[in-house]
Design a protein around this ligand. Structure first.
Ligand SMILES: [Zn+2]
Length: 109
């Protein structure tokens, strides 16, 4: 179920991440507060600067290491996996890896 299609959620009060699962507290029309696991889209960028090990890392917006220069925008994705897949397709000659900090489930080696 896509939380965005739920008509009675009127406001998102607070969002946070626990163990890489995004949760939020929302207000519905009855005024109740609910915990949700929304399928949130996030923006991802590929760092075009190579890491010392030769990898190019994919970062989610909000990461401490989210690149602000010399990057390529990968657009919005609902998981690091699809962001990494896009980066690999766009840059077949580069070694692409998920960031250890923001995309740990996509991080290898
Ligand atoms: Zn990162």
């Amino acid at each position: 179920m896509n939380w965005r299609s739920e008509p009675y959620f009127q406001a998102i009060l607070f969002m946070f991440t626990v163990n890489r699962i995004k949760l939020c507290i929302a207000l519905n029309r009855f005024g109740l507060v609910k915990f949700l696991k929304p399928n949130l889209m996030a923006y991802y960028r590929l760092n075009l600067n190579r890491q010392s090990n030769g990898d190019h890392e994919v970062h989610e917006q909000g990461c401490t290491y989210y690149p602000t220069q010399n990057y390529d925008s990968l657009g919005s994705h609902d998981s690091c996996k699809s962001a990494v897949d896009k980066a690999k397709k766009d840059y077949p000659d580069k070694r692409i890896n998920g960031c250890y900090y923001c995309s740990r489930s996509c991080h290898t080696s």
